[in-house]
Structures are given as structure tokens and as C-alpha cells.
Design a protein around this ligand. Structure first.
Ligand code: NAD
Length: 477
């Protein structure tokens, strides 16, 4: 169990790829290669999908809800026992602070517990129809689900796709991002050890460009559940439309953080930096556009900047680290280009903007002021530790500006006026909103976006619905 998982996980065992391809994984904190991991090709994808289909047909779909519950609880238990190992792998692989990685390992286990319990509470309806007879609905599994996940939260996102899909009785082919396959492979192995039949969960590390199309267009794949960029999500939607496959897409964001002068201002300003800089800003829910009511602007910026400068940007293996490196040199370049674009326009960089340390893809948390509504840094998803803060005067005009974005994923709102909180919360176009907090996510509640931030919902019972077809049955009297 303690060796690094480096092969494809197909039909309950680790296996070499058909063409013997591999890809190096680099530790973003040290820039050293950790290990070479097998990269699947089209041939492997086909064999994994066929295996998943066989496993689905030959038993998994026919287990009783109680039997599936037991297996999912076993997976959750083994995940809890392996939390430290999962956290260490994630920390090494994507540079995540070890304390965050531990929280995310626990979150993955919690997701399995939630869906293990949900299986026996997931019911249909009886419907009083106008003919004599009895009408009821069934929620049925779809078959093979392709789950495609990104590198920013590799383990929890894999869990929150795999667990509800399995709970609903589907089999799953999981494709982790090419940069971050280790915990997904471990999940495959642990699920198998917990009693999941071979083939029900296949894990295929590999490049999206190389295997994405085969996976998405395969006729036996009935549903694609994708989290990643809006560009790839839109391509998947196009390809899936040809086979009328079911899709759910969790995509990019440019989430607002709205601060009214009547809020508990110092609390909002002290907590807000982590709403954008956590995970080094590589978070689809990052509150990267801050709107502050003008009378509170100077005080907010002062406290926010001081709190930002106190964040501990350190080696992610250390217990005190709050912010680690970016995931790759490429990602740091992208973020630096955004910062340069703001500098070139003469925007005010109050703190940050520079690299840190000789090794590792670190960048100081960066606060930018005096931006204009058409600036790239204000409009586009940066996916790095950069925030822009602008003052506003009028509530209605501010809401217009908040909604003037192709995205609509998440957001925060700080005020002590209950009526204002409810009024603004209703009008902000986003799938998720938190008032006087910056939490975005609860295992039990739906998570997803409006507009180009996505389609469908992860988590909660909504996700389980999304992994089933609804059947209506009528029995004549
Ligand atoms: P990405 O779109 O490049 O990759 C996501 C996944 O898709 C990876 O597994 C990748 O290998 C795969 N992929 C790439 N090309 C593909 C193709 N042609 N066909 C099929 N799969 C393909 O995104 P990323 O850079 O890994 O992640 C960052 C993006 O993800 C950001 O835009 C972020 O906002 C978004 N994200 C959204 C959420 C959410 O819940 N809304 C959560 C996390 C990340």
C-alpha cells in the first residue's frame, strides 16, 4: 500500500498502458520529478469502458441498496484510515498545504459516508393519475459514467463525482488531470479493497488532449461529469450532443465578494484574503473581484492588505503553511502575465506580485487597486493568488456590475442588514452565495454554477438525481 500508485487501475488491478507511455509528475514546491506515471491511450480507454460496462451489467446495478450502502461505508472507513497517506500524496503532487490536504482527505471520506447513507433514502413518487390504476416513479442508474476532474482539488472532486455515481448504481471511469493522478489511483485501489467489484471504478491517468475525445464519445458512456475550464467544458458539451449523452459541467468562475459599510468590517476584511488566496488562488470559487462600499473602502483595504501580508507562504509540507506554490511553472507564468497586464495599465499593486524563494512555483499574494471594469484582471479568471478591489456607491449599479460577467459560480456578501442581505442574495447571478462567510461548499447542499460556470449540480441529493434516469411506471387496476 505504501508504494506510489503509478499504473492504470483497470478491472481491480494496476496495469501497464497498452502503448507503454508515461508522464513525469513534478513536485511544485521543489521542481523535482516525483515519479513517472502511466499515461492511458485510446486503446486503454476502450478496454476500461468495456470493463466498466460489463461490471455494471453483470451485477453492480442489481445489488440491493443495502449491499451498495455497505460497500460505500467500507470505502469511507478505509479512506479515513488512509487520510494521512492521501494528504501526503496530494501535498507532494500539487503543492497543497498539508493541513488543507488533510481537510480535503477527510472531506472525501465524508462524501462517501453521505452517499452511503443516501442510497436508502433516495426515493421515487407515487402519482395520482386520472385513469384508474397505480403510477409510480423509479430512479434508475444510467450505466457507465465518465468522470473528468481537474488538478486544483484532485481528491475531493474525484470523490464527489464517484460516490454519488456509484451510490446510484452506475459504474465509473475516472480520469484525473494529468498533473495530479496519484490520489485518484489510490482511491481506485482503496475502493477495490473495500469490496467494490472489479471494473466498477476504473482510473485512467492520461492527457485530456490524448484520450478526452475517445472517453467522451464512446457509445457505452452514458453520462459525462466534468469539472475544469469553460473552454474544455464547452467542447465536451458539443461532442456529447452528438450521442445525446447526459452531462454535468462545473466550470470557471470570477466570483464577487461584496462588502457593505454596515457589515462587521474588520471581520470581513480579515477573513476575506483566504476567500481568494486559499489553495494559492487556484479555486473556481475564489472571490477575486471585491466590491466595497465607498465609505468603508480605505479601512477595508488597510485591514485586508495587512491580513494578506501576514499569510504564511511556505513549503507546503510544514504545519504552519497557509499558501503553497502554484501547481506548475506554466500556471505561474499565466498568473504573472495577468499581473503584468495590470502593471502596464498603471494599476496600483498594493502588495505582492513577485516570486518567492529560489525553488518552487511560489508567487506572493497580490492585491490590485484602481482597476477599470474592462481590465483583464477584473473580468477574466486568473486562477492564481491575485485579487482586485473596487469601491461602489450604489447598490443597484453594483449588482449590475457584479452580474456583468459570463460567469456565475459563487460569491460572498457582508452586511448586518437582513433585508439588504436577502435582496442582494436574490439578485446576484450565481449558483452559490454565502452571507457573512466565504464558505462555498457543503457536502449536503447543491454546488454548481449559473451561466458559463456550468450546468447541473454536484453534491447533495441533486448530484444523485443527476446520475439517474427517471422512469414512470403505470399499473392498470
Ligand atoms: P482543464 O479543463 O484543462 O482540465 C480539466 C480536466 O479535463 C483534466 O482532467 C484534463 O486532463 C481534462 N481534459 C483536458 N482536455 C480535455 C479534452 N479535450 N477532453 C476531455 N477532457 C479533457 O482545467 P484545469 O486546468 O485542470 O482546471 C482548472 C479549471 O477548472 C479552472 O477554469 C477552474 O475554474 C475549473 N474548476 C471548476 C470547478 C467547479 O466546480 N466549477 C472546480 C475546480 C476547477
Amino acid at each position: 500500500m505504501n508504494e506510489l500508485p503509478t499504473q492504470l487501475f483497470i478491472n481491480g488491478e494496476f496495469r501497464k498502458p497498452a502503448k507503454g507511455k508515461s508522464m513525469p509528475l513534478v513536485n511544485p514546491a521543489t521542481e523535482e520529478t516525483i515519479v513517472e506515471v502511466a499515461a492511458a491511450t485510446g486503446e486503454d480507454v476502450n478496454s476500461a469502458i468495456e470493463g466498466a460496462h460489463r461490471a455494471y451489467r453483470q451485477g453492480w446495478r442489481d445489488l440491493t441498496p443495502g449491499e451498495r450502502t455497505e460497500i460505500l461505508f467500507n470505502i469511507a472507513r478505509l479512506l479515513r484510515e488512509n487520510c494521512e497517506r492521501i494528504a501526503q500524496l496530494e501535498c507532494q503532487n500539487v503543492g497543497k498545504p498539508i493541513s488543507d490536504a488533510r481537510d480535503e482527505a477527510g472531506l472525501g471520506a465524508r462524501v462517501f459516508e453521505y452517499y452511503a447513507g443516501a442510497i436508502t433514502k433516495f426515493t421515487g413518487q407515487t402519482i395520482p393519475v386520472s385513469r384508474g390504476g397505480f403510477d409510480f416513479t423509479l430512479r434508475q442508474p444510467m450505466g457507465v459514467v465518465a468522470a473528468i476532474v481537474p488538478w486544483n482539488f484532485p481528491f475531493p472532486i474525484a470523490c464527489w463525482k464517484v460516490a454519488p455515481a456509484l451510490a446510484a448504481g452506475n459504474s465509473v471511469v475516472l480520469k484525473p488531470a494529468s498533473q495530479s493522478p496519484l490520489t485518484a489511483l489510490l482511491l481506485g485501489q482503496i475502493a477495490h479493497q473495500a469490496g467494490l467489484p472489479p471494473g466498477v471504478l476504473q482510473v485512467l491517468p492520461g492527457s485530456g488532449q490524448e484520450i478526452g475525445d475517445v472517453l467522451v464519445t464512446h457509445p457505452l458512456v452514458r453520462k459525462i461529469s466534468f469539472t475544469g475550464s469553460t473552454a474544455i467544458g464547452s467542447r465536451i458539451m458539443e461532442l456529447a450532443s452528438r450521442g445525446l449523452k447526459r452531462i454535468s459541467l462545473e466550470l470557471g468562475g470570477k466570483s464577487p465578494n461584496i462588502v457593505f459599510a454596515d457589515s462587521d468590517l474588520d471581520r470581513a476584511a480579515t477573513l476575506s484574503p483566504m476567500s481568494v488566496f486559499a489553495n494559492t488562488g487556484q479555486d473556481c470559487c475564489a472571490r477575486s473581484r471585491v466590491f466595497v462600499e465607498r465609505s468603508a473602502f480605505d479601512r477595508f483595504v488597510e485591514v485586508f492588505t495587512a491580513a494578506t501580508q501576514q499569510l504564511r507562504v511556505e513549503n507546503p509540507t510544514g504545519e504552519t503553511c497557509q499558501i503553497g506554490p502554484l501547481v506548475s511553472a506554466g500556471q505561474r507564468n499565466v498568473v504573472e502575465e495577468f499581473v503584468s497586464s495590470a502593471r502596464d495599465l498603471g494599476r496600483k499593486i498594493v502588495t505582492g506580485g513577485d516570486r518567492l524563494f529560489d525553488k518552487g512555483y511560489y508567487l506572493k499574494p497580490t492585491v490590485i487597486l484602481q482597476v477599470e471594469p474592462n481590465d483583464r484582471v477584473w473580468r477574466e479568471e486568473i486562477f492564481g493568488p491575485v485579487v482586485c478591489i473596487r469601491p461602489f456607491d450604489d447598490e443597484a449599479a453594483m449588482i449590475e456590475e457584479v452580474n456583468d460577467s459570463p460567469y456565475g459560480l459563487s460569491g460572498s456578501l457582508w452586511t448586518n442588514d437582513l433585508r439588504r442581505a436577502l435582496r442582494v442574495a436574490r439578485r446576484v447571478e450565481s449558483g452559490v452565495l454565502s452571507i457573512n462567510s466565504h464558505s462555498s461548499l457543503h457536502v449536503e447542499a447543491p454546488f454548481g454554477g449559473f451561466k458559463q460556470s456550468g450546468l447541473g449540480r454536484d453534491l447533495g441529493m441533486s448530484a444523485m438525481e443527476g446520475y439517474t434516469e427517471l422512469k414512470n411506471v403505470y399499473v392498470a387496476e
